[in-house]
Design a protein around this ligand. Structure first.
Ligand code: ADP
Length: 545
């Protein structure tokens, strides 16, 4: 059972009302069937001839009707491989229309998908199999050998020679299996901060609440309300930005536009956005920075760019807004455990960008609470841990009741509402928006003292000539704190300015908090998840004398 947190003692009536109002999830925006497949089927009925998926690399374009048929036929293939309702099935397929078909066919079969990236360590795969009990894997050619023999491989969907061949359509297809709001849509593995994979089990309702948020994505065209959005599909399926990229379009009759598989440089992404007429894109904070520097015009030409997953740099938001005055840039914040977004903040002009980009307000069907270490709500202006409530919450961690109970708590003063403790430190500003302040675990200890890495980072970012900064801890996590050091990576200033940066920190921070290791880099290196690659920075760092 989830552990309670609270209480609301000591709060004024006004404070109490404010806290309960924001912690209570906003009501869901749209009515419709409770299961994800049925929601998709309803879209197919609404706009059968609209384009659902474009996969230029493979040369496929599928309308909603064609995608529905492809999913039905591929569901029959999965059934023959033994897949049934409630099963968990590995999906390890390159970014493609075939990946979309695999996901939909699994949902139609009553199963759920377990995305696994192309490059995974053997230990990771073993853990995924152990935790999910998966016995079937949809895998691209060349990847099947990675799995043990007891895992049955199924080749991904390939288009039929004659897509409109009536004899094929007439073949009996298994009926879609019933799904409920509670059915698991996918199990997404994140490494967490400790390195051991955690399988986050996400229910249908959580995905539906994201895809039906009426304010999340603006229309493709203010003048032509009938014009459909075209959403870039880029994030690895194992990364939950893919939930937005796939299901927002597919439940709204919009187009999923698939970037060719494999790594892509900013220039190639920019060219793709232009050539394919993409209107909406989600980029990690790191890729957003790179695109802002090299392809600002390509982003400026979109209707909306969503970014997040990490602290978003205000300078780069400004650059992109200046390149596209009609654009909307959205800072989307949230952990996988609360399904892609917990809060969002929309920026609509370059002028409004201050020294931080707020993470904003809760999305559809979501509530938030900011509380101190004892679980007591804190007033605006005070840092506390963010808790999320509502329809976006995951069931928990597959096969790990202990971790689930530690992270998912209940609010006794809100009729036992369930809440996820994000581990993120935030505060309310005086206009009712949330500001991201750092990770709880970015609060490190050096020789017994607490160090806020985010605070050092903010200080460096505000120095003249600094385009970007990243501060991390190097050294072991659990051992003696004496061998831990703070590393600062800085983008922008010339090497001769380093001295000045070091001195400027000495004015503000005590000696133990000052970075002992420094590096000047042309841009922050990113790992395959699009987050700042701290290991690469550590390899380059030099000690200050
Ligand atoms: P994501 O897919 O968003 O990276 P993870 O579950 O891997 O999801 O990581 C979630 C964590 O990433 C959050 O708890 C927070 O620390 C950080 N994060 C996500 N979005 C933002 C954002 N917009 N600003 C700052 N930090 C963010």
């Amino acid at each position: 059972p989830d552990a309670p947190i609270g209480p609301l003692t000591g709060l004024s009536a006004v404070e109490r009302a404010r806290v309960t109002a924001s912690a209570r999830p906003t009501p869901p925006a749209a009515d419709g069937p409770p299961g994800l497949w049925d929601r998709f089927a309803a879209t197919v009925e609404r706009c059968p001839d609209a384009v659902a998926v474009t996969d230029p690399a493979a040369g496929h374009t599928l309308t909603y009707r064609q995608l529905d048929r492809a999913a039905a036929r591929y569901a029959a293939v999965l059934r023959r491989a033994g897949v049934g309702a409630g099963d968990r099935v590995i999906v390890q397929v390159d970014r493609s229309a075939a990946e979309v078909v695999a996901v939909l066919a699994l949902l139609r079969t009553g199963a759920c998908y377990v995305p696994v990236p192309r490059e995974t360590a053997a230990d990771w795969r073993t853990e995924v199999l152990r935790v999910t009990g998966a016995t079937v894997a949809v895998t691209s050619a060349g990847l099947r050998g990675d799995w043990p023999e007891r895992v049955r491989p199924v080749a991904p969907w390939a288009p039929d020679p004659a897509p409109d061949d009536e004899s094929q359509i007439a073949q009996p297809q298994p009926q879609p299996q019933p799904r409920t709001a509670d059915s698991t849509a996918y199990v997404s593995f994140t490494s967490g901060t400790t390195g051991t994979p955690k399988g986050v089990e996400v229910p249908d309702r959580a995905v539906i609440r994201l895809a039906t948020d009426p304010d999340l994505l603006r229309a493709a065209d203010d003048e032509d309300p009938g014009r459909r959005r075209s959403m870039l599909r880029m994030a690895p399926l194992a990364f939950d930005a893919s939930t937005l990229e796939l299901f927002h379009p597919l439940l709204n009759g919009d187009r999923v536009t698939i970037l060719p598989p494999g790594p892509a440089a900013p220039r190639e992404i920019g060219a793709f956005l232009r050539e394919e007429g993409v209107t909406h894109a989600w980029l990690t904070a790191g890729l957003f920075r790179l695109m802002a520097r090299h392809e600002a015009a390509a982003l400026g030409a979109l209707r909306q760019v969503l970014t997040g997953g990490d602290v978003v740099s205000p300078a780069h938001v400004r650059t992109v807004m200046e390149a596209g005055p009609g654009l909307r840039v959205t800072n989307g914040y949230g952990p996988t455990e609360n399904t892609t977004f917990t809060t969002v903040h929309h920026v609509t002009s370059a002028e409004e960008v201050g020294d931080t980009v707020p993470i904003g307000r809760p999305v559809n069907g979501t509530g938030v609470l900011v509380a101190d270490e004892a679980g007591r709500p804190v007033p605006p202006g005070v840092d506390g841990e963010l808790y999320a409530t509502g329809l976006g919450l995951a069931h928990g961690y597959a096969g790990d009741a202990g971790r689930t109970a530690a992270a998912f708590v209940t609010l006794p003063w809100l009729a036992g509402e369930r809440a996820y403790a994000t581990g993120d430190v935030v505060r309310w500003d005086d206009t009712g928006r949330l500001l991201f302040r750092g990770r709880r675990d970015r609060q490190i200890k050096v020789r017994g003292h607490r160090v806020e890495l985010a605070a050092i980072e903010a200080h460096l970012r505000a120095r003249p000539g600094v385009v970007d900064a990243h501060v991390s801890a190097v050294g072991t996590d659990d051992s003696d704190e004496t061998d831990r050091a703070v590393l600062a990576a800085v983008v922008g200033p010339p090497a001769s300015a380093l001295r000045e940066l070091v001195t400027s920190l000495a004015d503000t921070f005590p000696p133990y908090a000052r970075p002992a290791l420094w590096c000047l880099v042309p841009s922050l290196p990113l790992n395959h998840n699009g987050k700042v690659d701290t290991a690469a920075l550590a390899a380059r760092a030099q000690p200050t004398e």
